[in-house]
Design a binder for this molecule. Structure first.
Ligand SMILES: Cc1cc2nc3c(=O)[nH]c(=O)nc-3n(C[C@H](O)[C@H](O)[C@H](O)COP(=O)(O)OP(=O)(O)OC[C@H]3O[C@@H](n4cnc5c(N)ncnc54)[C@H](O)[C@@H]3O)c2cc1C
Length: 290
């Protein structure tokens, strides 16, 4: 199908963008890399009266240490390719570096952005899961002011977030990896570069021979990125090399709450999640001794 008709505006500042969104009273949509939105327009799932292009707004760009040097601030308009090429991301948020390589193909990584991925909140996307596993914080701004939202509170359901109408993601703050941090991400997808059918992103700490504060987050086989609280509880404090403790399989099933979807049964998703859990634990065991 062809795109519906829409107006196109390209503000030069955040204030201008917010004013345009507010004036449109819900009929304008921000556009970042356009990789999901343009597909929605061509299928007429999205029919905004105008598109507000965020591409010229300096405040939304860049990768740098936040003022406290405890986190990396990544602007919402930072492209996947920029994160992949960043030595700061590679060294200080290695999970993100690993995850971005799994996002789509080169052409998609050259256009798609961090903010677009989180705002779209696809449950099969890698970056929302990583943001939750890493304990990232999003800065949101609207005409009413600025607020910080933990990634764990941001994703509300299938393609649903805590963004209010007219609000934008400005940046995301990822805590820098402390000594002893372990992380890993694995997924199953039909072909390289496809969205994950099932995936698992994990951050934990190796402390005194045990797995400390594990943060397992499944994606693809769940309705949204959220902490797998039961799995995390079962694994917390396990000694290295971590074996599969009693109760782990039941915890995985309880956390992902799989449901049937077109072309995939709930029990298949559960099986994938179980296999990924075992493989990620193996990977953490290897990384703990590396
Ligand atoms: C063929 C294909 C394969 C893909 N494969 C993968 C994959 O394997 N894994 C994966 O994670 N992703 C994948 N993607 C998605 C892609 O990587 C982008 O992350 C995604 O399209 C959204 O980013 P974007 O910048 O293109 O956002 P857009 O498409 O421009 O916007 C998406 C939504 O976010 C809103 N938005 C954008 N920026 C902001 C902001 N700063 N504040 C508030 N709202 C905002 C827009 O209004 C829109 O509703 C794929 C996309 C395609 C087309």
């Amino acid at each position: 199908m062809k795109f519906p008709q829409f107006q196109y505006v390209k503000p030069r500042s955040l204030d201008e963008a917010l004013a345009l969104l507010a004036a449109a009273n819900g009929t304008a949509t921000p556009i970042a890399g356009g990789q999901s939105l343009l597909a929605g327009l061509s299928m007429r799932i999205a029919t905004p009266a105008s598109l507000v292009d965020l591409g010229a707004i300096a405040e939304l760009k860049g990768i740098a240490f936040a003022d406290d040097a405890q986190s990396l601030r990544i602007g919402a308009m930072t492209r996947h390719a920029d994160m992949l090429a960043s030595p700061l991301v590679r060294q200080h948020v290695p999970l993100l570096h690993e995850a971005v390589q799994l996002v789509g193909h080169v052409a998609i990584r050259n256009r798609g952005t961090l903010g677009g991925s989180l705002a779209y909140a696809d449950p099969a996307a890698e970056l929302p899961a990583c943001a939750v596993a890493l304990g990232a914080t999003l800065t949101l701004v609207g005409l009413g002011g600025q607020r910080s939202v933990e990634a764990a509170d941001f994703f509300r359901g299938f393609l649903e977030t805590a963004l209010e109408p007219g609000e934008l993601i400005v940046d995301v703050r990822f805590p820098v990896a402390a000594a002893g941090q372990l992380s890993a991400i694995l997924e199953f997808s039909r072909r390289t570069g496809d969205f994950a059918q099932a995936g698992l992103a994990v951050v934990a700490r190796a402390a005194q021979g045990t797995l400390d504060t594990p943060r397992f987050v499944y994606f693809g086989c769940v309705d949204r990125a959220r902490l797998a609280t039961r799995v995390n509880g079962v694994l917390a404090g396990a000694g290295f090399p971590v074996k599969k403790p009693a109760g782990l399989a039941a915890a995985v099933d309880a956390d992902i709450e799989p449901s049937d979807s077109p072309g995939c049964r709930a029990d298949t998703k559960a099986k994938w999640a179980q296999v990924l859990t075992g493989r990620v634990i193996d990977l953490l065991n290897q990384r703990a001794v590396a």
